[in-house]
Design a binder for this molecule. Structure first.
Ligand SMILES: Cc1cc2nc3c(=O)[nH]c(=O)nc-3n(C[C@H](O)[C@H](O)[C@H](O)COP(=O)(O)OP(=O)(O)OC[C@H]3O[C@@H](n4cnc5c(N)ncnc54)[C@H](O)[C@@H]3O)c2cc1C
Length: 481
């Protein structure tokens, strides 16, 4: 029997930088036009399936439930407004799992790995097709992803994925790129060799989130916003301040807030990621030869990720934000502005021609991190409550796969999706309780920052710092891309 789950979540972040617009939710939602919250749940109601959380995972679950059984009565309870959490403010890299092919193959074996990777790739294309079919212009552009080395120490980056893809019989899925081939796509003075994953896309995350929300409402999903679920019982009953939903099954799709749920707590940590956005700089992109729409990261553990927009801006993000205590990022909704200021320096180092151009927006948000860096999906023991989380900053594509899978689980179907190796496979390692997780995570983050800053100066960090960086690996956790 599963215990009643008290649920709490706080994960809005808000950052300030120079003259940039300080937005809790980022530029994407502003560009997409935002959305007025729907009425909250008021009273009791029954449903076939109740979904808790209106990010991509919850919304794709609702979509696929209706695809499977159009007459199903689905209620979605969202604590804020659907698509206004990380799903509406991320970098918009829409990823398959191919860059993780090495880790996936090692963990699950060749046959199951092939199936998982193929399904993840299928989901990226399916998102593009969904946008076309549903007339949601989310700027979907399947232009591929580059992971590039920015220093000798990173020259091995992506090689394990290239080897794993070849060993799995899909050599084109992850391709080695010589320095010239990298420069042909983007001529940053810092770039060296790299790899190309052709099936990645970029999109406008808030346009996708709000488009999904709109289409779900049109299809009859009963969506209640500002309806935070406080308790979820195994019967299944989801309780908010204003009422409750009794259902045959539940989908828990609360993202980083999963860290606040007792049965899942030891399976994830929460860190933060931040983004700065330039004014349109099409001349800089032209000069860089970066006009193909590729999304790019470097190979650092606290990685930088960057992409362009149709009007010629650079979206530049960094996974080096603070570690959160419990499910909370930075306590309330403020983020240290130093993170954004530092991010601007990083941007100018990789793209010196951006110097002097305006940063118009800066924002951040929480990241649900799996110890193995592989997303987690499954069901709570003894109750028809199904979950997905732990995307580790890479959930835009995989949340679609999760939505398909959660729909099958909620309908109690046994199919190719529920047999994917990722389902009920556990976390790969155990995350200690607070305050140990926070203390350990913060120590490792500080050590990683010291190592990476030392490397940038061409120096080597001291042995103690290097030992702290190695500690998670010794505990079975995966760090970095
Ligand atoms: C700055 C930033 C950049 C990122 N960049 C990328 C990227 O480029 N590519 C990529 O693939 N991924 C990226 N990510 C990660 C990506 O955004 C997530 O993996 C993805 O959005 C996960 O979707 P989700 O639906 O699982 O979670 P979320 O989007 O977090 O949605 C969960 C929802 O649940 C709601 N909720 C929580 N608790 C409750 C409750 N008790 N009751 C009701 N509702 C509740 C929340 O309000 C929220 O709307 C980034 C994230 C951030 C913050």
């Amino acid at each position: 029997m599963t215990r009643v789950l008290p649920i709490s979540a706080a994960h809005d972040t808000h950052i300030a930088i120079d003259t940039a617009t300080h937005t809790a939710t980022g530029w994407w939602l502003e560009e997409a036009g935002g959305a007025r919250p729907l009425p909250s749940l008021d009273g009791s109601t029954d449903a076939d399936v109740v979904i808790v959380g209106g990010g991509y995972t919850g919304m794709w679950s609702a979509w696929h439930l209706l695809e499977a059984e159009p007459s199903l009565d689905v209620v979605l309870l969202e604590g804020g407004t659907c698509g206004h959490g990380p799903s509406g403010r991320n970098g918009g890299f829409c990823e398959s799992l191919w860059f993780s092919a090495g880790a996936i193959r090692e963990r699950f074996g060749d046959g199951p790995a092939r199936e998982l990777l193929r399904s993840s790739s299928e989901s990226v294309s399916a998102i593009g097709a969904w946008c076309r079919d549903n007339e949601v212009d989310a700027w979907f552009n399947q232009a591929g992803y580059l992971c590039v080395s920015t220093g000798e120490r990173f020259d091995g980056v992506g090689r394990a994925s290239v080897e794993a893809a070849a060993a799995l019989g899909s050599p084109d899925a992850v391709q080695d790129l010589a320095p010239d081939a990298v420069r042909a796509r983007c001529r940053s003075p810092e770039f060296r060799r790299g790899v190309l994953v052709p099936d990645f896309a970029t999109l406008q995350p808030a346009r996708l989130g709000l488009g999904l929300r709109r289409r779900l409402i049109e299809r009859g999903v009963r969506v209640f916003e500002r309806s935070r679920v406080r308790r979820l019982g195994p019967e299944v009953v989801a309780e908010t301040d204003g009422g409750c939903v009794r259902a045959g099954a539940a989908v828990l799709a609360v993202g980083p807030a999963a860290r606040s749920l007792a049965p899942l707590r030891s399976r994830l940590t929460v860190t933060s990621s931040h983004i700065v956005l330039t004014e349109p700089v099409p001349d800089v992109l032209e000069e860089l030869g970066w006009t193909g729409g590729e999304c790019i990261t470097d190979g650092r553990t606290l990685l930088h990720y960057f992409r362009t927009t149709p009007d010629g801006r650079i979206v530049f993000g960094w996974g080096g934000g603070r570690v959160a205590y419990g499910a909370r990022v930075n306590g309330r909704i403020e983020v240290d502005p130093d993170v954004a200021t530092e991010l601007r320096d990083h941007l100018e180092r990789l793209f010196p021609d951006v110097r002097g151009r305006r940063i118009t927006h800066a924002w951040g948000g929480p990241i649900d991190v799996s110890p193995s860096h592989i997303p987690q999906m499954g069901s709570l023991p003894g109750a028809p409550i199904h979950f997905a989380f732990g995307y580790t900053g890479n959930g835009v594509g995989p949340s679609h796969l999760a939505g398909r899978t959660l729909a099958s689980l909620a309908l109690d179907r046994r199919d190719a999706l529920t047999r994917l190796p990722i389902v009920d496979s556990g976390a790969g390692a155990w995350v200690p309780p607070e305050p140990l997780a926070w203390l350990g995570g913060t120590a490792v983050r500080s050590a990683l920052l010291r190592v990476e800053r030392a490397n940038e100066r061409g120096e080597r960090a001291d042995p103690l710092t290097r030992a702290v960086c190695a500690a998670p690996h010794a505990l079975g956790m995966h760090l970095g891309r």
